[in-house]
Design a protein around this ligand. Structure first.
Ligand code: SIN
Length: 558
């Protein structure tokens, strides 16, 4: 077998924003992002008596949370157990889950779900008032709580936004793209710079000064040409973290959701999700001949862990030379009533899931990795926390279990809140003058980033393809120019390039197949690769990769 060395990516930017912000806000805690993770951190920090600024790139509800369909996994049925939930999580994570983090998730999850209900979330119940529980891929029990049938995220977002907006000591700044971390002389987080499209004093590039910064910016699905993620998911938090010297890990484990609605060849951007819960309620997958191909693949068939189903679908598409397979939901009882969101997406494409087969194909869905944190949400940079999809707590390993993501946001936000209450520095850190900004990627280069990622760093990868990808991304990094005017388009393109380069570098380095990282040239899962790959951006803008055995902490005490 020929090994093709991936080109090292160097010359990535270390700073985006101007050294002198034009305006300033202060709060005890600055939370960046306004999905389940960010808003829950804000509520817990407020419960501890702290003032909070929540800054968010577009509108408060523009992130991934609102789009979540399936639900929240939590052990509520007495015949189920946290141990079974932990086992399912670890099986899906294929040896890379951090057991301590998984234990926290499954044991603290039910309490955090009840708290969300106390805050006003209305989940679906049976006529006697009991919460309805469904099943999704990889779960050995019915433990998925849902709202509005398949509109769980929208109910979670509504509940948390209402609670945050009712609190006058939370300042919510919308249309604010985060740029860089501000630090004090000891390297401790002291706030962020951001660009606000606003009116009056807070307009243009400014700063939020704070005693702690919590990144809750969500995922990076827009690094691919087609994704289930909304347009704001451009990896801004991971890119900022890398620029600030934080360690990111498990970035190669991008989860491809098995069933996005196939809308035709060459589609780009956000694609409609067709929830796994539909398979939990009896829908099955068929190839072009009508054959149920999952039956021979895994004992759980269509409800196998997500990576198994996505790989099987991709395999059928390659085998038959077709762009999609079929989801058959015709036997699902009252499908339009139980799944109104999916039914509406299908109908707008001229398909009725009650009577028609639904064309589906895998699409980039979730970053199982992110900025590495400990159990209190601390990153490797003092004063900087990460929560939700931007973070890598270790609960997901090589492949996230369905409906563990909203849960992770709920659980770890509470832990960060407790840590903020205990460990904030007594005074506002003094900011040291930041460095001069680096050049940006021309927004026209964004398409090359996403096309390269989809073609070479997608669901099925090879050493040669990954080497080509890192080569192209390295060439784009070499061309970053001071002539590109500062602005959201250039900053987003530059963040996408940064996370694409980190993801492709990790994928090229991992010479095995594990979870959602699938290498055609290394099809086996190897014990020697039961390690995390830690990515750092060194002070010259070069990416470095280090192996770290599972169970080895990387966040130093601070
Ligand atoms: C789905 O509803 O299938 C997605 C849920 C998830 O991403 O966990």
């Amino acid at each position: 077998m020929t090994t093709v060395a991936a080109a090292p990516v160097t010359g990535l930017p270390l700073r985006l924003s101007a050294p002198e912000p034009g305006w300033e806000l202060t709060a005890d805690v600055c939370v960046v992002g306004s999905g389940v993770a960010g808003l829950c951190v804000a509520l817990h920090a407020r419960a501890a008596g702290l003032s909070v600024a929540v800054v968010t790139k577009v509108r408060a509800d523009a992130g991934s949370t609102r789009w979540a369909q399936g639900g929240i996994a939590a052990v509520l049925d007495p015949t189920d157990s946290p141990e079974a939930h932990a086992r399912d999580t670890e099986v899906a994570g294929v040896g890379l889950c951090e057991t301590a983090a998984v234990d926290v998730l499954v044991h603290e999850g039910p309490g955090r779900l009840r708290q969300l209900i106390e805050w006003g979330a209305a989940f679906d119940r049976d006529p006697s008032g009991r919460l309805l529980l469904t099943r999704e891929g990889g779960h050995s029990a019915d433990r998925i709580v849902h709202a509005g049938g398949d509109a769980t995220g929208s109910e979670v977002q509504r509940t948390l936004q209402d609670a945050v907006r009712a609190d006058p000591l939370v300042t919510l700044v919308e249309h604010a793209m985060v740029l860089d971390l501000l630090t004090d002389a000891d390297g401790r987080a002291a706030g962020v710079t951001l660009h606000v499209l606003g009116e009056g004093s807070a307009d243009g590039v400014g700063a939020v000064r704070a005693r702690a910064v919590v990144l809750a910016t969500g995922g990076m699905g827009q690094v691919y040409a087609a994704t289930t993620n909304p347009s704001v998911s451009t990896g801004d938090g991971v890119a900022l973290g890398l620029r600030a010297g934080a360690v990111a890990t498990d970035l190669e484990f991008v989860q491809f959701h098995p069933t996005s609605l196939w809308l035709g060849p060459g589609v780009r951007g956000q694609q409609p999700l067709v929830s796994e819960a539909l398979r939990g309620e009896g829908a099955v997958l068929r190839d072009g001949t009508g054959e149920r191909f999952m039956l021979g693949v895994h004992p759980m068939a269509e409800l196998a862990p997500r990576d198994v189903v996505a790989k099987a679908i991709t395999g059928v598409q390659l085998r038959d030379g077709v762009p999609h397979v079929w989801l058959d939901a015709r036997e699902v009882p009252r499908v339009a009533e139980r799944f109104p969101t999916i039914t509406a997406s299908c109908r707008s494409a001229g398909i009725d899931p009650a009577t028609d087969l639904v064309p589906v194909t895998p699409a980039a869905h979730y970053a199982s990795g992110g900025l590495v944190t400990d159990l209190a949400g601390r990153t490797t940079v003092p004063g900087l926390y990460a929560c939700g999809e931007v973070a890598c707590t270790g609960v997901h390993g090589a492949n996230r279990l369905a409906s563990n993501s909203l849960l992770e946001g709920l659980v770890f936000a509470a832990r960060i809140g407790a840590e903020l209450a205990r460990a904030l520095p007594p005074a506002m850190p003094a900011v040291v003058a930041p460095a001069v900004p680096s050049g940006l990627l021309d927004p026209a280069g964004r398409r090359e980033v996403t096309d390269t990622m989809s073609a070479r760093v997608g669901a099925l990868r090879s050493g040669a393809g990954l080497a080509e990808a890192t080569g192209r991304l390295a060439a784009l990094a070499a061309g970053l120019g001071p002539e590109v005017p500062p602005g959201v388009a250039g900053w987003e393109a530059t963040d996408l390039l940064t996370v694409a380069a980190a993801l492709a570098t990790a994928a090229a380095a991992r010479e095995e197949t594990r979870g959602c990282h699938w290498r055609e040239d290394h099809p086996g899962t190897e014990e020697a690769w039961r390690v995390h790959l830690d990515l750092r951006l060194d002070r010259d803008g070069a990416l470095t990769v280090a192996r770290r055995p599972v169970g080895t902490p990387v966040v130093p005490p601070w």
